[in-house]
Design a protein around this ligand. Structure first.
Ligand code: NAG
Ligand code: NAG
Length: 775
């Protein structure tokens, strides 16, 4: 160690102290209404005691048109004369605070943030309280970084578009293909992010991309030019569902419109979608933001308006409040001058954005004096947060195959495991897209290394796996090891934003490597897959030498530890697939541009998702094995339920002849079907069970063309030999209704069949007080 003179070391100590004091006192200055600014601090919009609506009105009354238009964009300008700083609205937090948007910058004080699994993996946990917990941790870290001056408070997450087509490169960002699952995910994650303190916001979340946006770039069609042709029926029973839930149940503070057109109208210029549906019907209390440069895109790429001023006016009049991109700051003032837009329209947009900033506390003076003001660097990447990232990965990993069962592997410290494949040492691959900088990584190789001696071989240079140059050494390693784990799959070079896949198979020669290694291996061969979208691994499913298959999605910063914990039985798998795994063949008659959910026999069109597609699958939606066996029994359930009709309206004779009641004609409040299900763990291991409840409408309602739909799910931990009773409450109007061709939601009368694991049960729905109906 270096010797220092005592004067020198005391000097150093003084300096250190100085830096520490400076550091701990360092806090973001107030965005507005700084108590140190005597000119502005007493203005009415700065008074915390005044109602937010009044404060917003006061502030807008003080702004000039020039100032207003510069607040319509993500990079909002400062208004120094009113004591307002500039603000960057664009931050992202899809599964952890991310630096994909310009609002977040990691630095020496905040070198990284907890990086949770990619959403498709977390969705596979089917655990709503986990989703909310993750949201709480992410918003703690976001607030801490905001206090430190390196992040915003407005996060454009989550992405809740339906994972409609298995090729979609952004499917990984979503909670999967089921509307109720996606909606429940949205509600839970948004609650976690925004907090539940009345009208106050911890951070503002954003459900995106409204709507029918789930194509990036396929066969010459890209998202900037795509016109999604969507039927009223599909809008109502598929595409709208997660957004409606996010807005009306999750009370999200923002919605983002998409790049694409829906039925010929750019979503960001469609008053029917923005004003009438989001704000009118669903009562959005928040702001509507464009996808980045959407307004520029519908002007320049889609030629939807003939001048830029018209495009600006179209967007604002449709209900857009904030432009990600410069377009509205550049063209709105001229639009007003030319009489295409009134200043009142601009004010309307500002009411929505400024209200959210006030709900966030941005006009309440210094952040350090406020509710989340004490959060700082110590609250980012803290052990409890990193532990939750590990726990989320354990809960989301899905066991697809387990012959024997060979898994879990026994724990002998002296055994050797060959860990092979281009994803064996994955780090950033594990966090998928819209990620930040992780606190640290545990790769699969490191994770497995905690349980056994490991030998690592790449097998393929990268996931593209263009040649077999490295096959030989991989095969050799498998020949000698006691067990072989192949960590294969995809990464962002294969599926990403702007990159849709063209096929569903493993890329390049991966399949070949897996088969050759499996044929040569001395011990059991386990295949671990990283991917956001489904992969056609029929070859591995059918190969008796591959005894176990795990799908890890993109399992986050601790993914390798979670994979190892499951392989060696420290944790048991309980995840279920949130999307259908189709065979490659499925794509033959399925242009990605065709939006229709329902199958069409005459057109040879197979339909999309488990709700409408009945053909062959590699693994179905909801598939996932455990290390035990669960038995379900129905403890109690009704067999007949009456649907009371709304006395004020008369049901329509056509409804009755169709044997279905319009939802708007039923009294829906508190109309639930309650099922009590006993779940028994008959195996010898404590395990977690994911309970999925599906319903199918009466057979006579065949013209709804719906096979079945998820109506409830729950997650329970059941110790070996124990039994747990689960109460399931199904909202009749929301969950048992179906949608007709004109987009009208109806409750079919007659026998609805429920499927819960091995249990089947039918409930007859009958209209009550039919007497009041006149035809
Ligand atoms: C009855 O329902 C049919 C089919 O939905 C509709 O066309 C008709 O307008 C309805 N009549 C009334 C009086 O609501
Ligand atoms: C759901 O997730 C939460 C948060 O991690 C956890 O505490 C709970 O045990 C999970 N539920 C089950 C049944 O695993």
């Amino acid at each position: 160690m270096l010797q220092m003179s005592s004067t020198f070391s005391s000097l150093v100590a003084v300096f250190l102290l100085f830096f520490l004091v400076r550091h701990t006192c360092e806090a973001r200055d107030a965005f507005a209404c700084d108590p140190k600014n005597a000119v502005t601090k007493n203005l009415p919009f700065c008074k915390v005691s005044v109602a937010i609506t009044e404060r917003v009105k006061d502030l807008i009354g003080r702004l000039t048109l020039e100032e207003k238009v510069r607040l319509l964009v993500n990079n909002a300008a400062a208004v120094p004369r009113l004591g307002m700083k500039g603000y960057e609205w664009w931050s992202e937090a899809l599964h952890g605070v991310s630096n994909v948007g310009p609002g977040v910058k990691f630095n020496a004080q905040f070198p990284g943030a907890t990086s949770f699994p990619q959403v498709i993996t977390t969705a596979a946990s089917f655990n709503a309280s986990l989703w909310e917990s993750i949201g709480r941790v992410v918003s703690d870290e976001a607030r801490a970084m905001y206090n430190g001056g390196v992040a915003g408070l407005t996060y454009w997450s989550p992405n809740i578009n339906i994972f409609r087509d298995p090729r979609w490169g952004r499917g990984q960002e979503t909670p999967g293909e089921d509307p109720v699952l996606a909606g429940t995910y949205a509600v839970s994650y948004v609650r976690g992010l925004q907090g539940t303190h009345g009208n106050r916001l911890k951070v503002a979340a954003c459900c995106k991309h409204f709507t029918a946006y789930d194509l990036d770039n396929w066969n010459g069609v890209d998202r900037f030019h795509f016109n999604a042709q969507v039927s009223k029926q599909d809008i109502e029973d598929t595409f709208d569902v997660p957004f409606r839930m996010c807005v009306s149940e999750g009370r999200v503070a923002s919605v983002m419109c998409s790049y694409n057109q829906v039925n010929g109208v750019p979503t960001c210029a469609d008053p029917n979608l923005l004003k009438n549906t989001l704000r009118g019907l669903w009562q959005l209390d928040g702001y509507i933001v464009s996808d980045c440069d959407s307004v520029g895109v519908f002007y320049s790429n889609q030629h939807y308006a003939s001048t830029p001023e018209e495009a600006a006016a179209d967007a604002i009049k449709a209900g857009l409040d904030l432009d990600c991109g410069p377009f509205l700051a550049v063209h709105t003032q001229d639009a007003v001058t030319k009489g295409l837009l009134s200043q009142a329209d601009v004010d309307g947009a500002l009411v929505n954005t400024l209200t959210v900033q006030m709900r966030l506390g941005m006009f309440d003076g210094e952040p350090s004096a406020q509710e989340y003001g004490k959060l700082g660097p110590k609250d980012v990447c803290k052990p409890a947060h990193q532990e939750l990232a590990l726990e989320a990965a354990r809960q989301g990993i899905v066991l697809l195959k387990n012959t024997g069962p060979v898994l879990p592997l026994s724990q002998h410290p002296h055994q050797t495991v060959a860990v092979i494949g281009p994803n064996a040492k994955a780090d950033v691959t594990m966090i998928g897209n819209y990620a930040g900088i992780a606190c640290g990584y545990t790769s699969p190789l490191q994770g497995i290394g905690r349980y056994a001696r490991t030998v690592h071989q790449l097998g393929c240079e990268n996931v593209a796996c263009k040649n077999d140059n490295l096959f030989g050494s991989a095969i050799n390693a498998a020949r000698q090891a006691d067990a072989t784990v192949l960590v294969m799959g995809l990464d962002q070079s294969i599926e990403a934003e702007t990159v849709d896949r063209t096929h569903l198979l493993l890329p390049g020669r991966q399949q070949d490597l897996v088969s050759k290694v499996a044929a040569a291996s001395k011990g059991p061969t386990i295949l671990v897959l990283m991917s956001g979208g489904p992969v056609d691994i029929t070859f591995a499913k059918n190969n008796p030498r591959i005894v176990g298959i795990l799908w890890a999605g993109y399992p986050g910063q601790a993914g390798g530890a979670a994979i190892a914990d499951i392989l060696f039985g420290t944790s048991s798998p309980g995840g279920k697939l949130p999307m259908t795994w189709y065979p490659q063949e499925y794509l033959r008659k399925l242009p990605m541009t065709k939006m229709a959910m329902r199958a069409s026999k005459s057109a040879g069109y197979p339909g999309r998702t488990y709700r409408f597609y009945t053909g062959e699958v590699v693994y179905p939606f909801g598939h996932g094995l455990t290390y035990t066996h669960f038995i379900h029994t129905l403890a109690s359930a009704p067999t007949v339920v009456s649907v009371p009709l709304n006395g004020h309206r008369r049901s329509n004779a056509t409804d009755i002849s169709n044997r279905a009641i319009r939802v708007t004609h039923a009294r829906c409040d508190n109309l639930f079907i309650t099922l009590q299900v006993d779940v028994k763990n008959v195996g010898s291991r404590d395990c977690t069970h994911t309970l999925l409840v599906f319903s199918a409408p009466p057979a006579a309602a065949g013209h709804w063309a719906l096979e079945k739909q998820l109506v409830a799910f729950d997650k329970v931990h059941v110790p070996a030999k124990a039994q747990h009773r689960v109460g399931i409450h199904i909202h009749v109007c929301k969950l048992l209704s179906v949608v007709d061709k004109s987009g009208i939601r109806r409750i079919p009368l007659g026998l609805h069949s429920f499927n819960i694991g091995d249990v089947k049960h039918s409930v007859s729905l009958q209209a009550a007080a039919l007497g009041i109906i006149k035809s």
